[in-house]
Design a protein around this ligand. Structure first.
Ligand code: PLP
Length: 418
């Protein structure tokens, strides 16, 4: 296999090709194949973009039919049948049964663009500029979203000011005994703390890129309370942990928190097509026509995929049970790995976003590399890339899931024996 054209032609910014140096061809369900015919189990899933698996056959058929029928693909934000069907499915299957009332804004197709739009709304509605984000947060790399992203690796790429965001400690940042929402409350109530009343707080209920840090249900409820009391808008960035990854469609369902604004992207289209959405509490929909625009807001083939995924998987609670069962398999297995070397490993996570936390980042790296050599794609995350981040498909049979977990087990044992 010759990967030389990639290093010859492609910018140094390329990244995952360095961790997984092969050339992929086909993919189905939880598996990917490379040009040499080697198969890999996918525990990465495009960082949560392929929750329904690669080339999901149910979604694929709808997409093929749509394309084969010369149905309209690009229409900016004009009305199409595909968009109507998505809006109806999202209203009837996702929002109404959860008693949620949101308007939908289709933004440009990246998650970052949805975050940009949500931040703009919060600033317009409140007339305030400042936003509170959290330590280890990741919200994307366009300037507005990057301002709310904590990692200096990404921030250093900006070369300009990243203004109007103040970072506060996430749940557990100072250990389990320090309640960081209560700290936030104190800072906001002290007119001389230097922390201005913000337009919004933006939060991930589980920080995927930040190292699989999990906010507790109580912390989220307290955070919502702090926001409500002070007229601060609560933005939940559900781009990575949403669309079933947590075990439910929205990651905040379990806590009972109702965000003012929600960002969705990654697995929304069901098929890896670019598509992003901001959910807006109706009274906060202050946009004037076209004020936030984007050429690819109307990705109709993505609407078709999203509608198929919603109708297939979310009309009953069966899928939630399925995710729950798979989550237990993963949790038990990585707890077993952690038990082999408690001084090296800890685990944390929710649903099918689980982390094997390594005291030594080199061990996490060795597990990821060793897994790749054994036929499994798994990424690391966290400030030092010290967390092996397991994100298997939500859909699928247990045999491949177990096989993947066995590979991690073997790679972990080999990493410890180095
Ligand atoms: C991936 C991600 C984003 C950014 O999405 P892009 O499509 O890469 O712009 C924002 N927030 C979270 C939580 C993400 O995981």
């Amino acid at each position: 296999m010759d990967l030389s054209v990639f290093s010859e032609m492609e910018s140094e910014v390329r990244s995952y090709i360095r961790s997984f140096p092969t050339q992929f061809t086909t993919a189905r369900g939880s598996q990917i194949w490379d040009v040499d015919g080697r198969s890999y189990i996918d525990f990465f899933c495009g960082a949560g973009t392929l929750n329904y698996g690669h080339n999901n056959p149910i979604i694929k058929q709808k997409v093929i039919d749509y394309i084969a029928g010369d149905n309209i693909q690009h229409a900016l934000d004009m009305a199409t049948v595909a968009k109507q069907e998505f809006l109806e499915a999202f209203r009837d299957v996702i929002l109404r049964p959860r008693q949620l009332d949101y308007k939908l804004q289709f933004t440009g197709p990246t998650g970052a663009n949805a975050v940009e739009a949500a931040l703009k709304i919060a600033r317009q509605v409140t007339g305030r500029r400042s936003v509170i984000a959290f330590t280890h947060a990741f919200h994307g790399v366009s300037l507005g979203a990057l301002a709310a992203t904590a990692n200096s690796w990404f921030r250093d790429g900006a070369g300009t000011a990243l203004p109007d965001v103040v970072f506060q400690p996430y749940d557990g940042y100072f250990g389990p005994d320090i309640d960081t929402v209560s700290m936030l409350r104190t800072l906001l109530d002290d007119a001389s703390s230097g922390v201005d009343l913000p337009a919004a707080v933006i939060v991930e209920t589980v920080q995927g890129e930040g190292g699989v840090n999990v906010a507790s249900t109580q912390w989220l409820r307290d955070l919502e309370h702090v926001c409500r009391e002070r007229g601060i808008l609560l933005i939940v960035d559900d781009i990575q942990i949403g669309i079933g990854r947590s075990g439910q469609f929205f990651s905040f369902e379990e806590s009972g928190v109702t965000p003012d604004l929600v960002t969705l992207s990654k697995s929304l289209s069901g098929y890896g097509f670019p598509m992003s959405l901001v959910l807006i509490r109706p009274e906060l929909d202050v946009w004037k026509p076209g004020m936030h625009s984007g050429t690819f807001r109307g990705n109709n083939v993505a609407f078709v995929g999203a509608t198929a995924a919603i109708r297939e998987y979310w009309t009953t609670s069966e899928f939630e049970s399925h995710i729950g069962r798979r989550s237990v398999l993963v949790e038990e297995r990585i707890a077993g790995i952690a038990a082999t070397a408690p001084e090296m490993f800890a685990t944390r996570g929710r649903g099918l976003l689980q982390g094997l936390v390594c005291a030594d980042p080199a061990v996490a790296k060795a597990i990821s590399r060793g897994s790749f050599e054994r036929g499994l794609i798994v990424e690391t995350s966290g400030a030092q890339d010290e967390v092996v981040k397991l994100m298997p498909t939500l859909v699928g049979e247990d045999d491949l899931l177990i096989e993947g977990l066995e590979i991690i087990e073997a790679a972990a044992a080999a990493a410890l024996a180095r």
